[in-house]
Design a protein around this ligand. Sequence first.
Ligand SMILES: [Zn+2]
Length: 287
Amino acid sequence: MGAKTIKGAVTASIIFFILFVIYASLQAYTNRNTIRHLEEIQQEKKELQVTNEKLTSELKEIKQNIKKAPQQNPAKKVAYLTFDDGPSSNTSAILSILDYYKIKATFFVIGNQSKHGKYMYKRIVAEGHAIGLHSYSHEYRTIYVSPAAFHQDFDQIRNLVYQQTDRKPNIIRFPGGSNNHVSRKYGGKDLMHTLIQQMTQEGYHYFDWNVDSRDAERITQSRDVIIQSVLHGSKNKQKAIILMHDSQAKTTTVEALPAIIEGLRKQGFSFDVLTDQSFTYHFPPAS
Ligand SMILES: [Zn+2]
């Protein structure tokens, strides 16, 4: 073997070695990149899993809310018939009419210790209507003297309804509505604000009305005025909370009721009861 050949062989080996090192480095570099890439994919997978869990729980919550409040579908026209100041002899007639039309209503009751009155609380509940509390005495000059006076009266109607029906209603209507001015004469200008705060804190939901039947404007209002007031007042509403009364003198409210129900049906309304989950309406605070 000549010196030239040896030199050639060494050079070839060196070149081969260098090429090998370059190849090995490239390989290692590629591997490192692949590993880094795999790690990134794994990280992304983790993040996606977290997002997926979050979305699944959000979807579950949305589904539950839909189940809980089907009545809040804004496109559906719903009328809430409400009767205040009963029970009286008119209450049984109203219950029979509601039964005939197979619809449910809401009764904001006051104190009536007669045998018939006590029976009416029971019938309201037994026939699937909502019972709410209005006050025991409905005497503005008594209940609106102070928060303490209001609560004392309110305890009485709550106890009476509980004794008769085994129910503890959590829906109420303030006599005269939540923004009445008459309370100021007795309990000052902040009384309603205080009562609203206290009752809400105690877990009560209060309801005013956005349709007035005007059956309280006179001792006994004309039947036609009551019908027209309700049908006209509900016309452009999706949700109508309709104020009516089932106290002793309100015989024309009973007479108006079938035409009111039929008229509202013609306007596309279905009927429902007020609950702590339903549509609500509050007057703006009195100024
Ligand atoms: Zn009333």
